[in-house]
Design a protein around this ligand. Structure first.
Ligand code: NDP
Length: 291
C-alpha cells in the first residue's frame, strides 16, 4: 500500500507556482490576486479560508479577505461580488460555502464573473467542463485529478465508483474521471443515498472516491484488494483529549481499508491540500489569461 500524499503533491504544485510568480515579478507583469469572501464565523469555514490565504502568501499571490456578519442581506453580498467582478486587479473570486440559510448559494455563484470563478462552480464553467472545453474545474475534483497525475496512478479502463453526487465534488468528479484524458478514461458509477447495492458496487471498483460526509463509512469489507481509495470526507468529530475539542475524520475507515489498497489518501493530508493547490492553479491561470 502506498500513500497518495496530498501534502507532498500540493507542495510540488505550489513550488512551481512560486517560481512562475517570481518570474512574472521579474518581468514586471501582474501578480495573481485572489479575493475570498467569508460570511459569518463557522469554525470550519474560518480554517479553510485561512488556509487559502496562507497558500496565496506562500506562492506570492496577492490576497484579499472580505468578511461579513452572518446576517448580511443577500443584496449586499451580491453588490460586493459585483464590485470584485469589476475590479481589474482581482483575478479570482471565491465565496466560502456554506452560506447562511437566508442567502441562496446559487444566486451568489451565478453572480461571479465566470472568468474569475476560480472555484469552478459557475454554470458556464460546469457546462464547459461537461463539453471537455478549457474551463475552471471545481477545486476539489481538480485537485484529485492532479493528485492521481502526480503519483502516476493508472486510470484508463478502470472502474471508478464515486460515492456522493454533490455539485462541488461527486458530480464533477464523475465527469472528470470519465473524460477522454489522462488521468481519466474510467468507466464511472456514481452513487448516492438512494443507491441500493452500494457495497457490491464498491467491491467492483478499481478506484473509489468517497465524498459523502459520513465519517468512516467505507469499511474494509466494501473494498477489493488492490483498489485505489480517495477519501474526500472531512468531518469534525468531538475529541475532548485535543485542545481544539475535535479531530478530523474522513469517509473511509483508514486503519482497516489501507492494508487492502494499492493507493490511499490520508485524512488530513490527502485531498484537502490538493483542493487548495488546485485553487491556486486556477487563480494563476485566470491571471495569465487576462493579462
Ligand atoms: P454533500 O452533503 O453536498 O453531498 C453528500 C453526498 O453523499 C450526497 O450526494 C448524498 O446523497 C451522498 N450520501 C449521503 N449519505 C450517503 C450514503 N449513506 N450512501 C451513499 N451516498 C450518500 O457533501 P459534499 O459533496 O459537499 O462533501 C462531502 C464530504 O467531502 C464532506 O465531508 C465535506 O466536508 C468534504 N469536502 C472536503 C473537501 C476537501 O477539500 N477535502 C472539499 C469539499 C468537501 P444524496 O444526493 O442522495 O443526498
Amino acid at each position: 500500500m502506498e500513500i497518495l500524499d496530498g501534502k507532498k503533491a500540493a507542495q510540488a504544485i505550489k513550488d512551481e507556482l512560486k517560481m512562475e510568480v517570481a518570474q512574472l515579478a521579474v518581468e514586471g507583469k501582474k501578480i495573481p490576486h485572489l479575493a475570498a469572501i467569508l460570511v459569518g464565523n463557522n469554525g470550519a469555514s474560518e480554517t479553510y479560508v485561512a488556509a487559502k490565504v496562507k497558500a496565496c502568501d506562500e506562492v506570492g499571490f496577492k490576497s484579499t479577505l472580505v468578511r461579513f456578519e452572518a446576517d448580511i442581506p443577500s443584496v449586499k453580498l451580491l453588490e460586493k461580488v459585483q464590485e470584485l467582478n469589476n475590479d481589474p486587479d482581482v483575478d479570482g473570486i471565491l465565496v466560502q460555502l456554506p452560506l447562511p440559510k437566508h442567502i441562496r448559494e446559487s444566486d451568489v455563484i451565478d453572480a461571479i464573473d465566470p472568468d474569475k470563478d476560480v472555484d469552478g462552480f459557475h454554470p458556464v464553467n460546469i457546462g464547459k467542463m461537461l463539453q471537455g472545453l478549457p474551463s475552471f474545474v471545481p477545486a476539489t475534483p481538480h485537485g484529485i485529478m492532479l493528485l492521481l497525475e502526480h503519483f502516476k496512478v493508472e486510470t484508463k479502463g478502470k472502474h471508478a465508483v464515486v460515492v456522493g453526487r454533490s455539485n462541488i465534488v461527486g458530480r464533477p468528479m464523475s465527469i472528470l474521471l470519465s473524460s477522454n484524458s489522462n488521468p481519466g478514461n474510467c468507466t464511472v458509477t456514481i452513487c448516492h443515498s438512494h443507491t441500493k447495492n452500494l457495497k457490491e458496487l464498491c467491491l467492483q471498483a478499481d478506484i473509489i472516491v468517497a465524498a459523502l460526509g459520513k465519517p468512516e463509512f467505507v469499511t474494509a469489507d466494501m473494498v477489493k484488494d488492490g483498489a485505489v481509495v480517495v477519501d474526500v470526507g472531512i468531518t469534525r468529530v468531538e475529541d475532548s483529549s485535543r485542545k481544539t475539542g475535535f479531530k478530523l475524520k474522513g469517509d473511509v475507515h483508514f486503519e482497516s481499508v489501507a492494508p487492502k489498497c494499492s493507493w490511499i489518501t490520508p485524512v488530513p493530508g490527502g485531498v484537502g491540500p490538493m483542493t487548495i493547490a488546485a485553487l491556486m492553479k486556477n487563480t494563476f491561470v485566470s491571471c495569465k489569461l487576462k493579462n
